[in-house]
Each structure stands twice: as C-alpha cells, then as structure tokens.
Design a protein around this ligand. Sequence first.
Ligand code: B12
Length: 294
Amino acid sequence: MALKIETEKEFNLDDLKQDIDTTRKTDRWNDAPTELKELFHKLEWNIIDGEHADTVGLINPALESQVSARTLIAGPMATGIAEVGRRFKMDEYFLPEVMMSAKCMHAALGRLKPLIIAEKTEEIGTVVVGTVQGDLHDIGKKIVAMMMEAAGFTVIDLGVTVPPDDFIAAIREHKPKIVGFSALLTTTMNMQWETIKRITAEGLRQDVKVFVGGAPISQAWCDKIGADAYGMDALVAVEKAKACVTKLSNMKGGDPELHAAMLAIDKARDEAKLKQAQALAQAQAQAQVKAAAG
Ligand code: B12
C-alpha cells in the first residue's frame, strides 16, 4: 500500500531560501516517517543544487519505502523546482543552474515514468500534447502526458517548440479526442491562441477539445482564446480529460456548454477542498476542547 503524504496544500517554502538545516526544521512532510521526511528534504535540495547524478539515488529508496511516484512528483520535486524558479526570477540563479535543476527533474521523471504508465488499465482515447512554437519548456508537459497515459489515454507527445501546422497534421493523423498546448513563457502563450485559430481555420475545431496549461496560463486566458479547458496541474488536466471522454463525450470542441462543464469541475473541486479543510479545522478544535477538559 502506498504511503499517504499530504502534497496538495500550499506550503511555506521560505526555508528553501536558506539551507538544508533550516529545511529540516520546517513542518513540511511532517506526516511522513522521519527517515522519509529527511529523504524528501534531500530531494528538494538535490534539485535546487542541480546534482542530477544523485537524483535517482534519492528516488529509489523513497519508492522502496512505498512512496508513490505521484507523491514524489507533486511533493518534493514540485517544491524543489519551485524554489529554482524563484531563484531564477530573483536573479539568484542563471540559465546554467536552472538547466542542471531541469536535468534532475528529467532524471527523476525517467525513473518514475514506467511506474506511472504501469497504472494504465484501460484505453479511453487519444490525446495529442506539445509545447507551443518558440518554447523549450517540457517538464510540466511530460508530467501531464504521463498522468494522461496512466489514466488510460494513448498520448502522442509532439515535443517542444511545435508549430501550429504540426498540431494540425497530428490531429488529422491521430484523430485525438483532446489536444493540449503547454506554454511557459509570456512571449509564447500567444502561440496557443494562434494554434487554436489555425485549428478553427482548418475546420477541425469541433473535432477536438482544446486544453491549455503552463505557468503563465490562467482560466481567464483559456476563456479569452476560446480553449475548452485550463489545467492548472496534471491532476486537474486528467480529471477534465476523463470527463471529456465519458459523461461529456457527446459535446463538440468549442461548445460553450463544454466550457461551462469544465468550469463546474473546478468549482466542485474547490468546494470539496474547502469542506475537507473545514472538517479538519473542526476536528482539531474538538480535540483541543477535549484535551482542555481532560
Ligand atoms: C526549468 C526552467 C527552464 C529550463 C527548461 C528545461 C525543460 N526541459 O523544460 C531552461 C533552462 C531550458 C529554461 C529556459 C528559459 N526560461 Co525557464 N524556467 C524554468 C522553471 C525554473 C521551471 C519550469 C518547470 O519545469 N516547472 C515545473 C513544472 C512541473 O511545472 P509547469 O511547467 O508549470 O507544469 C505544470 C502546470 O503548469 C500544468 N501544465 C503544464 N503544461 C501543461 C499543458 C496542458 C495541456 C495542461 C492541461 C496543463 C499543463 O501541469 C504541470 C504539472 O502539474 C520556470 C519557473 C516557473 N515558475 O515555472 C522558468 C521560467 C518559465 N523560464 C523563464 C524564462 C524567462 C526562460 C528563458 C527565456 C531564459 C533565457 N533568458 O533564455 C529560457 C526560454 C527558452 C525557451 N525558448 O523556451 C521564465 C518565464 C518568464 C515569463 N513570464 O515569460 C520563468 C517563469 C522563470 C522566471 N520566474 O523568470 N527554463
């Protein structure tokens, strides 16, 4: 049985600006056994320090301790690369450092990919994904592709800096139910729009549901460019993709009702999260009252 470790809440990552000793004092991953908490912190710092030759050596013992590939991706790998992004933004890191950290992420994903894909038990349709023209970022897109594959999709990954024509050709050839565009740069997000315009001009818009994602992408951007769904992360992307091929399979790409149904998934998710947080707070308050009375 895989160990359950909380990865979904928003963590304070200030300790990652300091050093691993400061990190050891954070309450992040406190629900993991002590040796795993230490391993998670080492993995965070491995990514920050870009020591890619050692990454798999940290992943393996975590897997042996029943940590799931998903927990590693959504947990210490996500927090480690987030700190790299912060350092890059603040000019504390430059391209060479970020490239070394990206190598750590690729090494880890290479180890985890077969485990995630092994979860695939059914065949529910084809998805075409790619990073739009001019953009070389592919870590997030690879995670989305892996999770889609695990959920039962056949994924055609067109790679990075994919011109609109290549998306069009792939839609004609593979007849996917969904096409997903990743963009990580404010300068390339417009290529998502251009690609949708080309798909529409080619008369293919109704044939595919268009998903968009990447760090600068938002629901507002998705609405503006007429995409069907925005995926803030791989889990959300998979949930929406599955809905597209099950209860919403009769809807066409570009249908406003499909767009509304995708938004309803986000709303339901937010409400469930809120309920969970309220229940937790209530349980904690009750425990405090009990402890005070006893
Ligand atoms: C690693 C990295 C790089 C690596 C990329 C390596 C690789 N193979 O991917 C390298 C070093 C090559 C690089 C280069 C550059 N980078 Co860079 N990079 C990053 C960094 C630090 C991390 C990105 C990442 O992998 N995140 C982790 C993944 C898991 O998250 P994610 O990509 O957001 O994906 C998740 C979701 O967004 C979503 N998702 C993603 N794609 C999709 C697609 C679909 C369909 C769906 C539904 C969902 C979805 O699901 C994913 C998983 O949950 C970011 C910082 C940041 N905050 O994002 C900067 C960042 C994106 N880079 C930036 C910049 C400026 C550059 C360069 C222009 C720098 C330069 N001067 O040359 C070049 C651009 C090169 C190019 N033409 O593309 C800026 C962009 C700023 C902006 N607003 O445009 C950022 C934000 C850093 C910063 N804060 O300044 N970079």
